[in-house]
Design a protein around this ligand. Structure first.
Ligand code: PEP
Ligand code: MN
Length: 365
């Protein structure tokens, strides 16, 4: 159920409707839009009696949501969600879902400070505003490198301090989520955890945006329902990420499903980025599919880059060499304007203005 407020409804009227919904034992989710505010209702088992709300001041109409997901849906919010991050200076601000493409780049795993800083230097110079790196790695084998844990988070916090990039890193359980929430700017939930519902609920109570990766065999509806879990707990700052699904094809590690981008955009207001690194598993396919992802209308890319991919402790085969990443950025800088997008400009290395800076909390609109 969805309460659509009149265009000129006051904040007090919105609060009044929310209070009424609470008094009925349900949870209200007010979603302000450019034209009007809509209030989603969750926690109800059956139909909510529309008559209780229809005649309240400021209410335009009460409508049933036709999809199983509510807060994720364009029915509740017509315009795209843009997640904004403040920076110490204007050129360190960043956004996901706006005109500027959100490029997230860095190594699969943080291995040591030298590696992290070498990669950070390359990607920051190329114009990247989001540094990615794993501190907690969900590996297929228990004998593979599992990540540096909190040490890795501390190294990334230092990358943020020196370069001003926002930090994106994965949480694999509730315990690591507590730490990732403390150290990072964006909490990544990996493909293997897309249906870990207790972790999704915990992420829904977090104060930072969540990057939700599509499960390897998740349908579009399952993907959106996973996002709904996060939003239903009150965190509306969700970014979806297509990272390839399992198919019979064996020329790539996964099959990157670029068609999911316009499919998501039709149904949901949430931003969606594409990860051609995990999506293909092969270095030589990352640049062509990054170009395609930008052309198809993705809101950003997630790319693995390593200063020495042949010695990487994880995902070396799909990690770009630094110079390949620089060329990739040049390529998408040319494609972006065709689809009315921009790529942040390349610049010269460690950002002095960022020294000592701690990034401000993000907010969604
Ligand atoms: C990653 O981003 O390093 C990762 C493990 O991704 P995924 O969950 O998509 O496999
Ligand atoms: Mn990886």
């Amino acid at each position: 159920m969805l309460v659509v407020m009149q265009a000129h409804a006051t904040e007090e009227q919105v609060r009044g409707v929310c209070a009424k919904i609470e008094s009925l034992g349900y949870r209200p989710h007010a979603m302000p839009g450019a034209q009007r505010t809509a209030i989603g209702i969750t926690g109800n088992r059956g139909e909510v009696e529309a008559a209780w709300l229809e005649d309240m001041p400021g209410v335009a109409e009460v409508i049933a949501v036709s999809k199983p997901y509510k807060l994720v849906s364009r029915e509740i919010k017509e315009e795209n969600t843009v997640i904004r991050f403040r920076g110490e200076t204007a050129d360190l601000a960043a956004s996901i879902g706006g005109r500027e493409l959100a490029i997230m780049a860095g190594p699969c795993a943080i291995e040591d400070p030298e590696q992290a800083f070498a990669v950070a230097e390359t990607v920051s110079r190329a114009g990247v505003r989001f540094f990615r790196g794993g501190a907690y790695k969900p590996r297929t084998s228990p004998y593979s490198f599992q990540g540096l844990g909190v040490e890795g988070l501390k190294i990334m916090a230092e990358v943020r301090r020196q370069f001003g990039m926002k930090i994106v890193t994965e949480a694999i359980d509730n315990e690591s989520l507590d730490l990732v929430e403390e150290y990072a700017d964006v909490i990544q939930i990996g493909a293997r955890n897309m249906q870990n519902f207790s972790l999704l609920k915990r992420a829904g109570r977090a104060s930072k945006p969540v990057l939700l990766k599509r499960g390897m065999s998740a349908t579009l509806e399952e993907f959106l329902m996973a996002a709904e879990y996060i939003m239903s707990e009150g965190n509306y700052q969700v970014i979806l990420c297509e990272r390839g699904v399992r198919t019979f094809a064996d020329h790539t590690r996964n099959t990157l499903d670029l068609s999911v981008v316009p499919a998501v955009q039709r149904l949901s207001h949430l931003p969606i980025v594409v990860d051609p690194s995990h999506g293909t598993g092969k270095r030589n396919k990352v640049t062509p599919l990054s170009r395609a992802a930008v052309a198809v209308g993705a809101d950003g890319l997630l790319i693995e880059v390593h200063n020495n991919p042949d010695r990487a402790l994880s995902d070396g085969m799909q990690s770009l060499y630094p110079e390949q990443f620089v060329s990739l950025m040049e390529a998408i800088r040319q494609i972006a304007p065709v689809v009315c997008r921009e790529v942040p400009p390349a610049h010269g290395g460690a950002h002095s203005a960022a020294a000592g800076a701690r990034s401000q909390p993000a907010h969604a609109d």
